[in-house]
Write a new protein. Structure first.
Length: 189
């Protein structure tokens, strides 16, 4: 069983464009600010509108100076087995190639609809390729507000444990209704 090195896990968040109307200000940033102001969780936030943006920021995140940003929070639209970046769908295999070997002691959270609605073998392959402690996310269409609140609860819970299996246990124990409604899934090796 792999465990995290630290209790404090800062966030590296990449967010897609949620709306086609540029006047719409929907964003996960309010949740990140809440976690920072109330739990002293640091974060790095960048928006990605293209696959190239995504690759660029993931390559920068791999640098040693960002090692304490151990929760990679990918907030995008999603489809089965993929995230949507701009108009492109990027599957778990391709995303795994982008992050290959760079996720030791890191957690990958998909704050997106349906990304983990895939064959469990695809998730295991992603975990093995990236070397991540765990991958988590949703299997169904999710409501932005409910999933944002759930994401905050989850990230705060990750601060309490080094062993991600305990997070899985407690998130299912204390937030069972939301876990079922959002079809949340946490997978670790």
């Amino acid at each position: 069983m792999k465990i995290a090195k630290n209790y404090k896990k800062h966030i590296f968040c990449l967010e897609g464009d949620w709306q086609r109307d540029l006047r719409n200000k929907s964003s996960i940033t309010a949740s990140l600010m809440f976690l920072h102001q109330n739990f002293d969780i640091q974060y790095i936030y960048k928006q990605c509108g293209t696959k190239e943006n995504l690759q660029y920021y993931l390559s920068i995140w791999k640098q040693k100076k960002y090692k304490n940003y151990s929760i990679c929070y990918l907030a995008f639209h999603g489809k089965n087995d993929s995230i949507q970046v701009g108009k492109e769908l990027i599957g778990l295999d391709e995303l795994g190639d982008m992050m290959e070997g760079a996720c030791k002691d890191k957690i990958i959270h998909f704050g997106s609809c349906q990304t983990l609605n895939t064959d469990p073998r695809n998730i295991i392959r992603f975990l093995e390729k990236t070397g991540a402690l765990c991958v988590c996310g949703f299997k169904t269409e999710i409501d932005f507000l409910e999933s944002s609140v759930f994401d905050m609860l989850l990230i705060e819970m990750f601060q309490k444990y080094k062993d991600v299996s305990k997070v899985d246990r407690d998130i299912n124990r204390y937030y069972r209704t939301l876990v079922r409604k959002l079809e949340f899934k946490l997978v670790h090796l």
